[in-house]
Design a protein around this ligand. Structure first.
Ligand code: N6E
Length: 188
């Protein structure tokens, strides 16, 4: 049981986060984008954003990838779910993480993101959200995962976190509750 709730969460935002992988002469790389403005500006991250009314989470993931990196995917695999809570902020974030392999179009810089391919052994964790390096090994190991993170007000320090490997998604979990329910927990 993880004490997640020291300041109350009364609403949530549903967000997507997409990582596209590619093979470059036998070298595995992942497409990251430097966020140029807004929330998380200055960090490398996958592509994503808020799910809009009337679209499914998967449709939101596909749309945001196209808006931010200029490419279209016909298939995304559901990879994990992350919950974030910032001390003093009543709105929690529920982030749905997907992975993609093949795409159409040309990777292009947009107003929001500057994309770049990174070799899997050169991921710039020091210029990413601090939670990324915690769940990344499970994600690249092709395991389905759920994680929750409580951040300090400064949006940098992680006060508590918990990542589990699941047989299936979603792992139903509400903010502030101590137990995972839903998907079968394999390892924690
Ligand atoms: C706290 N730790 C975190 N670690 C890793 N990734 C995180 C994250 N917190 C948010 N994210 C991702 O950052 C993007 C924000 O998107 P965000 O700019 O808010 O959405 P959207 O593009 O809809 O915004 P606008 O409405 O255009 O401002 C979105 O992919 C979301 O999944």
């Amino acid at each position: 049981m993880l004490a997640m709730e020291t300041s109350p969460i009364t609403s949530k935002k549903v967000l997507t986060l997409v990582f596209v992988f590619g093979d470059f002469d036998g070298e595995r790389r992942v497409l990251l984008g430097m966020k140029k403005r807004g929330f998380g500006a200055g960090y490398w991250n996958g592509f994503g954003g808020k799910v809009e009314k009337g679209e499914t989470i998967l449709e939101g993931a596909v749309r945001e990838l196209e808006e931010e990196a200029g490419i279209r995917v016909s298939h995304l695999e559901r990879a994990g779910m992350l919950w974030f809570h910032f001390e003093g902020d009543p709105t929690g974030l529920e982030v749905h993480v997907y992975r993609g392999e093949t795409f159409e179009g040309v990777v292009s810089e947009t107003e929001e993101m500057r994309p770049e391919w990174f070799s899997l052994d050169k991921i710039p964790f020091h210029i990413m959200w601090p939670d990324d390096q915690i769940w990344w090994p499970v994600f690249v190991g092709n395991k389905k995962f759920c994680g929750r993170f409580r951040f300090a007000k400064d949006q940098k320090e992680i006060l508590a976190h918990d990542v589990g490997i699941f047989e299936s998604l979603p792992c139903e979990m509400e903010f502030g509750s101590g137990e995972w329910v839903g998907g079968v927990l394999v390892e924690r």
